[in-house]
Write a protein that binds this ligand. Structure first.
Ligand code: FMN
Length: 350
């Protein structure tokens, strides 16, 4: 069973499902599994274990093409406080261009948490000119930003609402409301919906609005292939939506699992307050250390990003089973909905 959309055609994938980037953690094996299953696996911007990110991102790309011949993508967080963002935006396109196999398979780049403009440099331009099919998407958490992003020349948008795991926007708009705004205002823009998706019902609702694909983070944590610690997978399975809350993260509000550490984090209410709080890299370092503790399995002592979609997840499964079931259920939902609609000719009503 295949559902073809503008996004599946654009990225050359079988199913309209992507894994969402989940830095600073590794999602390299997860990327392989998602791409192998017909979706698009996306490498995260890794910074755990004091890594030199550029080298780690290169190694991850090499690993992916050694283990699958399917397309894949990667994320760069271009936030002002992201120390390696400029380097990655320049050096990764150069690396991709120099590696024919990676160049062929790397079809998607998602920038987030900052400006997409860091990507508009000579190396990226050369990569595009050299025949790469790479498409550049950026995360848009509001209509205002979506319009601005389109004007900068991105190929498409990832629309993320407040129910999603990890960093979110100050607007606090749900994916459903945001999508309705975006689909009306920007009907011809390739859109990937993210935040709150974990089921075929969710995929069907996105497709019915004209969205080309969904990207899932929380659902893919709880998979056999994901390299996250078993303790992390356990909280995904055991948590409900109300076990998550918005707290202030490194780049603004972040949806996290409620634990003792989250209780001690204040929620900064406005962008102005947040900018005032961004005084030093010390805060970034501290929060990275908190995330790292989670990655090592010390869930109670660390920060665990978690979306409300945990409500919908009650098992650790294989990536291919998840993707196949979601596609199957989405098709069933769409068929049922179509059959339920009674198309009565207008003259019979009057
Ligand atoms: C553990 C975790 C880490 C995340 N890290 C990033 C990141 O580095 N870059 C990014 O753009 N989004 C990041 N996100 C957000 C996801 O890409 C995505 O927007 C979110 O997971 C979607 O909601 P869902 O969890 O309900 O699927 C992260 C989310 C999680 C759960």
């Amino acid at each position: 069973m295949v559902i073809e959309t503008d996004i599946t055609r654009m990225l050359g994938i079988k199913h309209p499902i992507l894994s969402a980037p989940m830095g600073p953690f590794y999602t390299t094996k997860l990327t392989v599994a998602v791409s192998e299953a017909g979706g698009l696996g996306v490498l995260s911007h890794v910074t755990v274990h004091g890594t030199v990110t550029l080298d780690e991102m290169k190694k991850s790309m090499e690993y992916v093409v050694e283990h699958t011949d399917k397309p894949f993508g990667f994320n760069i967080r271009t936030a002002r406080l992201q120390p390696d963002a400029i380097k990655l935006c320049r050096q990764l396109p150069k690396f991709i261009m120099e590696n024919p196999r990676i160049k062929e398979q790397c079809v998607y780049l998602i920038t987030s948490a900052g400006s997409p403009r860091l990507m508009y440099n000579k190396h990226y331009e050369k990569l595009k000119e050299s025949g790469s099919n790479i498409k550049h998407f950026h995360v848009a958490p509001s209509l205002y930003l979506a319009q601005k992003l389109i004007d900068t020349g991105v190929d498409g948008l990832v629309i993320t609402g407040t129910e999603g795991g990890g960093h979110q926007s100050y607007e606090n708009i749900s994916t459903l409301v945001l999508l309705q705004r975006i689909m009306k205002s920007l009907p011809n823009v390739p859109i990937i919906a993210s935040g709150g998706y974990a089921t075929g019902e969710g995929l069907a609702s996105a497709l019915s609005m004209g969205v080309g694909a969904i990207a899932m983070g929380t659902r893919f944590i709880s998979t056999k292939e994901c390299e996250f610690h078993d303790n992390y997978k356990k909280i995904v399975v055991e948590s409900s939506a109300s076990d998550t809350e918005l707290k202030t993260g490194i780049f603004g509000p972040a949806r996290v699992w409620k634990n003792k550490l989250a209780d001690n984090h204040n929620l900064v209410e406005s962008k102005e307050e947040k900018q005032a709080a961004e005084t030093s890299m010390a805060k970034v370092e501290r929060e990275l250390a908190e995330l790292e503790r989670t990655y090592e399995g010390k869930i109670e002592e660390g920060v665990a990003f978690l979306g409300q979609s945990a409500e919908l997840i009650d098992s650790v499964e294989c990536v291919s089973d998840i993707i196949n079931n979601i596609v199957f259920d989405a098709e069933r939902c769409l068929t049922t909905a179509f059959n339920n609609i009674k198309k009565i000719p207008i003259e019979q009503i009057i």
